[in-house]
Design a protein around this ligand. Structure first.
Ligand SMILES: C[S@@+](CC[C@H](N)C(=O)[O-])C[C@H]1O[C@@H](n2cnc3c(N)ncnc32)[C@H](O)[C@@H]1O
Length: 424
């Protein structure tokens, strides 16, 4: 019987981990492998071959089929394809793979997040998305992007500027990472997209930033829906995030029957995610604990609510942030009288964000500090799972016949508009 090689063996044989200088080469190669001879592979083949010639083994037979010995291997018979932008460690990917979707492109520039991602999915994301041409991205059904909450500098909507130009709103987002999402949607026209950001995106700059984002997406010919969802119904953490879902009018027609998921009743219990015997190093030192108490006292005196968050084991925690590694102050765990509280372990962060058990974080060469940052930046996976399921309802309800019907309707509508314009 022919033995199938394993992904981990081939990776080792090619010393991929040491190919840091050729990160996008490794990205191309791992993307090419994942395509498994499917259409998306053609986008990466040339760069994958060049990388093998240049950095790895020119003789290597890269077309070998092999077994993916990673926790979340690519789907063999997918129902749809998607791309994972600002992928972080792949919270979106887990949710959409579970719906039998296949990821055909990922991008994340942080090298430690890339490491965690590769260990779990067998794929190295491409780097800086602002440097990726749309033509290098395979066609896909759904675009996913939890884009960073960078300080936005999107100018207010001005009708005057938007008029008479094909992409007035798109121009307004230039220089922001949202612009990169919009230009990829514009070029690739996915059937749907799902974007995620902090709750404050909605109120930033008196609501103008969000308005520009929404208008831009609408102008790209999508029905756009947005809602703030709190993860507390899915994981024991208060975490409010805005989710923006879009469905292409070209594909689904003018009316889309989309509903945001209804969260399950009740809340989760924080105590349930705790490890039985966390290592002593997670207990706060006297120095740090005193500092946090003093700091809280000072701010309380000034009438500010900022301070540490001692978590109620029967309740839900505060929002885990990307700076949790600094002092862990927002989510502290009481350890009884006479003992300083402790911070969460990375494994507990993983649980607090609703990552599945199989998700690998141990022995992958990523430090606790980096793992705290990665989870703090990430999504509560069960919330995205609920969003993915809700979006699938729309995707599935559009049979080929119905889509054809919609397409014809739309053609008629456009024809009508043209005739009207000519008459005018
Ligand atoms: C809010 S996090 C998204 C995390 C992700 N949703 C997850 O499940 O882990 C945003 C990510 O975008 C990445 N990022 C920021 N600017 C980028 C760029 N120009 N190109 C690629 N990735 C970028 C950051 O490193 C960060 O991991």
């Amino acid at each position: 019987m022919k033995m199938t090689a394993k992904y981990s063996q081939i990776k080792k044989q090619l010393h991929l981990e040491k190919s840091n200088k050729f990160k996008d080469g490794v990205a191309a190669l791992t993307h090419y492998w994942q395509s498994n001879g499917e259409d998306s592979g053609k986008y990466f083949q040339k760069d994958a071959e060049a990388f093998l010639q240049l950095a790895a083994e020119p003789e290597f037979h890269y077309k070998l089929p092999f077994e993916y010995d990673v926790p979340f291997p690519p789907m063999k018979h997918p129902d749809f394809t998607f791309i994972d932008l600002f992928s972080g460690i792949g919270g979106f990917r887990i949710a959409f793979q579970e719906q039998n979707g296949k990821c055909v492109f990922s991008s994340e520039w942080d090298k430690y997040s890339q490491k965690t991602y590769e260990a779990n999915f067998g794929e190295v994301p491409f780097g800086d998305i602002t440097k990726v041409e749309e033509s290098k991205i395979p066609d896909h059904d759904i675009l996913l992007g939890g884009f960073p909450c960078q300080p936005f500098s999107i100018a207010g909507v001005s009708k005057k500027n938007a008029l008479g130009r094909q992409h007035g709103f798109l121009d307004k987002t230039q220089g922001t990472l949202f612009f990169d999402i919009a230009r990829i949607i514009d070029a690739k026209k996915p059937k749907a997209f799902l974007l995620e950001n902090v709750k404050n995106l909605k109120s930033h700059n008196k609501g103008n930033t969000f308005k520009v984002i929404e208008e831009t997406l609408k102008e790209l010919d999508y029905n756009v829906y947005s809602k703030i969802l709190d993860a507390r119904h899915y994981v024991p953490q208060h975490r409010e995030r805005i989710f923006i879902a879009g469905f292409s009018k070209e594909h689904f027609g003018e009316q889309v029957d989309f509903a945001f998921p209804v969260p399950p009743e009740g809340e989760k219990r924080f105590g349930n995610i705790l490890e039985k015997k966390p290592e002593a190093k997670y207990t706060l030192t006297d120095h740090l604990w005193n500092y946090l108490q003093e700091y809280a006292k000072k701010h309380k005196a000034k009438g500010n609510g900022f301070g540490f968050g001692m978590t109620d084991l029967n309740g839900v925690s505060r929002t885990l942030s990307a700076r949790y590694y600094k002092d862990g102050s927002e989510v502290l765990i009481p350890q009884g009288k006479g003992k300083n509280p402790r911070r969460l372990t990375p494994e507990e962060c993983k649980r607090l964000m609703g990552y599945p058990k199989e998700f690998l974080i141990k022995d992958i060469g990523v430090s606790d500090t980096q793992l705290y940052r990665q989870f703090g930046n990430s999504v509560a996976v069960p919330v995205v799972k609920a969003m993915a399921a809700a979006m699938m309802e729309v995707m599935k309800s559009y049979s080929k016949d119905k889509m054809e019907e919609q397409r014809k309707e739309r053609e008629e509508l456009l024809k009508g508009q043209k005739v009207k314009a000519e008459v005018n």
